[in-house]
Design a protein around this ligand. Structure first.
Ligand SMILES: [Zn+2]
Ligand SMILES: [Zn+2]
Length: 331
């Protein structure tokens, strides 16, 4: 290559790296676990990072290393450059270096199994949750009985890997080591406190729900309170996507919901959001459907039934997405 050509090539490369298109807007989501049970290895976990910046957190961590392996096999981690001097595989590098913390909605096994399993080889990082959640993680898992104590407090010796970090409902705080911040609101999940997380980068936001029942069934205003808090952002098109559970199809009777949603209940709840944010405000909004329960029974898979029911009642014009483990989405 002639010196001038080399110079031009180098300049082109530099401007490509610095171009605003690279900085991007919105968020990248890698699906580490898509379902709510009963298939071990594919349980609720969504890796979230600002577009163009791979410093991430996960919303729940039911599957972690298994999810990263699946994502890597699908090419979803191809954009991650592992430094030449790193001792890690790409999966290892993403786990220990790119994932800067975990948002845990509640301490049920299907939301934390991946995090607990990965803890011996993970790097030191914060685990964020409402106080009831961090307290249960400490008491039920990191207690030297269910598992060694990888937290910073509790039963000695403390192996000081996961810094259990309390969130204050409705109060934004930075996600350490990332360009994002988080605000948490409590949800009602059949007597268990669960959490909705609003992750923001600049003007952009994405909303990730843990398990939740419908307000009417739970005798709660929790979901409505979350909608009230984000309605302005929806109106201003700053909310890029909602990740929310639909565990069961419409045939599931209310008394057997166990703190979960059906397509009909999700639609009714989204109608409340639209009423707050304005007519047509949800048109085109991506709604990622999480926590569908894997079925051992023959017949149409629940994902297909649920997506069909959601689409049949889609009067709001939202864009329903049924994610698969290893998917990468940009919103
Ligand atoms: Zn769950
Ligand atoms: Zn749960």
């Amino acid at each position: 290559m002639k010196p001038l050509t080399r110079l031009l090539a180098a300049t082109a490369l530099l401007s490509a790296v610095a171009s605003p298109a690279h900085a991007g807007e919105g968020f990248d989501i890698v699906v580490l676990g898509a379902r709510g049970g009963i298939q071990d290895g594919n349980l609720s976990a969504f890796m979230i990072s600002p577009a163009g910046d791979d410093r991430a957190v996960t919303c729940d961590a039911g599957s972690l290393v298994g999810g990263l392996v699946a994502a890597d096999a699908r090419g979803a981690l191809d954009g991650v450059a592992v430094p030449a001097d790193s001792p890690y595989t790409r999966v290892g590098y993403v786990l220990t270096d790119r994932i800067r913390g975990y948002l845990v909605s509640h301490a049920h096994m299907d939301h934390v199994a991946g995090l607990v399993a990965a803890s011996p080889d993970d790097s030191e990082k914060p685990v964020y949750g409402l106080p009831s959640v961090t307290e249960r993680l400490q008491r039920n898992y990191f207690n030297w009985e269910a598992w060694p104590n990888f937290a910073f407090e509790g039963e000695p010796p403390q192996l000081r890997k996961y810094r259990l970090t309390d969130l204050v409902p409705g109060e934004a705080r930075p996600l350490d080591g990332t360009a994002m911040q988080v605000t948490a609101w409590p949800l009602s999940h059949a007597g268990v406190e669960s959490t909705a997380f609003l992750v923001e980068r600049g003007e952009d936001a994405i909303l990730c729900f843990g398990d939740t029942g419908p307000d009417e069934v739970e005798k709660s205003s929790a979901m409505r309170d979350v909608w009230a808090a984000v309605a302005d952002r929806v109106r201003q098109k700053r909310l890029k996507a909602i990740i929310i559970e639909v565990s069961y199809a419409n045939a599931q009777p209310d008394k057997f919901l166990f703190g979960h949603l059906t397509p009909a209940w999700l639609r009714r709840s989204l109608e409340e959001l639209e009423a707050m944010a304005g007519p047509g405000s949800l048109n085109g909004l991506p709604v990622v459907v999480s926590h569908v329960k894997y079925s051992l029974k023959a017949g149409l898979p629940p994902t297909q039934v649920i997506l069909g029911e959601l689409e049949a009642g889609n009067t709001l014009g939202v864009r329903y997405i049924m994610p698969e483990q290893g998917d990468r989405w940009r919103f």
